[in-house]
Design a protein around this ligand. Structure first.
Ligand code: IMP
Length: 197
């Protein structure tokens, strides 16, 4: 089975491709010849994920999925949350976003946070969602040069390294995206054995 992955984020594509195995494959928006910046107008990850998969389903008529991810920090009442990409402005610059978070967390003792990923799958016209959560802590300064987004300031529970100090296989052992994707893979494997309803 081939699915369109409704994203322009090459890092997400790499992480997801590294987990797919032989069960199914994805084509990216670029590979599908689609060049749009899909809007994220809603105030929940669930609604934004649905928006992205619906837009691409309407454009292509093909089975597809999207994902929306947020970093939710306890001491900031869940911020940056759904605003994670634009936390320091519409330019969506990861380094500026990190600077804002480090500033707001300055002197804060409670550094607990989690990443949450919501995947929205549209299979034969019907939508299904899968959620993955990765708990961890926010560092007081950047560490590592791998990954993307907030990876340099997030250490998952059970690890000693920041995400940005891990290669993709190691990040996948902990990550929100990997957990949500695992559920998607299990669902698709089951769906492949059942007749269409
Ligand atoms: P979106 O899901 O592309 O809207 O991502 C929201 C924000 O979270 C962006 O700033 C991303 O760079 C960041 N982000 C998404 N996934 C991850 C991740 O796995 N690690 C670190 N930052 C992430």
């Amino acid at each position: 089975m081939t699915l369109v992955f409704a994203t322009n984020n090459e890092n997400k594509v790499k992480e997801i491709r590294s987990m797919l195995g032989d069960h199914f494959s994805i084509i990216t928006l670029k590979e599908a010849g689609i060049d749009i910046d899909i809007p994220e107008p809603h105030d929940t990850l669930e609604d934004n994920a649905r928006e992205k998969s619906s837009v691409i389903y309407e454009m292509t008529g093909k089975n597809c999925f999207s994902e929306d991810t947020g970093l939710e920090i306890d001491a900031l009442n869940g911020a940056p949350g759904v605003l994670s990409a634009r936390y320091a402005g519409e330019q969506k610059l990861a380094d500026d976003n990190i600077t804002r978070v480090l500033h707001e967390m300055d002197g804060q003792e409670n550094r607990q946070a989690h990443f949450r990923t919501v995947i929205s799958l549209i299979l034969n016209g019907k939508e299904y969602q899968f959620t993955g959560v990765c708990p961890g802590t926010i560092l007081t300064e950047r560490r590592g040069g791998k990954g993307f987004g907030y990876d340099p300031i997030f250490v998952p529970i059970g690890a000693k390294k920041a995400f940005a100090e891990m290669d993709i296989a190691e990040k996948n052992q902990y990550s929100h995206r990997a957990k949500a994707l695992q559920q998607l893979i299990t669902f698709l494997k089951e769906a492949a054995t059942k007749p269409l309803s």
